[in-house]
Write a protein that binds this ligand. Sequence first.
Ligand code: NAP
Length: 227
Amino acid sequence: MERKAILIGNSDGIGLATTKRLLAAGWDVTGISRSKSSITSKAYHHNVADVSKGNYPDLLTKLISKNTINLCIYFVGIGELFDPSDMIYEPKIIDTNLTGMVRTASIVIPQMVKIGQGHFIGISSVADELLSAEAPSYHASKAGFSNYLESLALAVKSKGVYVTNLRFGFVDTKMAKGDIKPFMISIEKAVDHLETCINKKPFRYTAPKAVIPFIKFRKLMMKLIGK
Ligand SMILES: NC(=O)c1ccc[n+]([C@@H]2O[C@H](COP(=O)([O-])OP(=O)(O)OC[C@H]3O[C@@H](n4cnc5c(N)ncnc54)[C@H](OP(=O)(O)O)[C@@H]3O)[C@@H](O)[C@H]2O)c1
């Protein structure tokens, strides 16, 4: 049976590498990003759209009404360093990272529930556990992202639909900002973990595992120094 996937935010980084990996594995892939795609394959169909714009829900509804989608992955994520004198990016980051994902799930998941099968994966971050003076909206968007996805996983499991919250530490893309990037993994390693999630369908998955005790230690330090 030909497997069909729709990938949101796949013109660069982890999304682009995953697109290539799924095509190589024989999937039919539909992509959505603000930029055009460099991929030329009969099994690949690209759409230019911005998840924060008004025409996105109609486009997504049209695309999934044409095909039975087995897998949907939401990669879209933006982040800007906080500027207390100009907070113009703050609502945009929440809208793109969190509301954009909820908009996507609210269109894709009812389709999957209708046919009693499907898998929705959202790319979150271990930032979901940490407060941040450098990027408060990014951390808050991922905190809401993880909570929503894991609750959704509980809500639709009995309908034959799987939801996975994949929380990455640093991955070597243009998005990995900051001087220190502990336990950073390559894009290809990140896609290996994503393939494990596609096969095993966990409701929560953190990678690399080495980052888990590191985050616990940071939280403890933040509590102790009251920062
Ligand atoms: N890299 C890391 O260290 C790291 C760590 C933890 C979690 N993550 C998460 O992993 C996901 C992928 O990040 P990445 O590292 O691969 O970053 P990236 O290279 O910047 O990729 C982000 C993708 O999202 C698309 N995008 C951004 N805004 C969009 C919008 N409004 N509408 C549609 N598409 C949009 C971008 O394409 P266009 O610009 O063409 O739209 C691009 O294809 C993000 O959710 C990020 O938060 C990354």
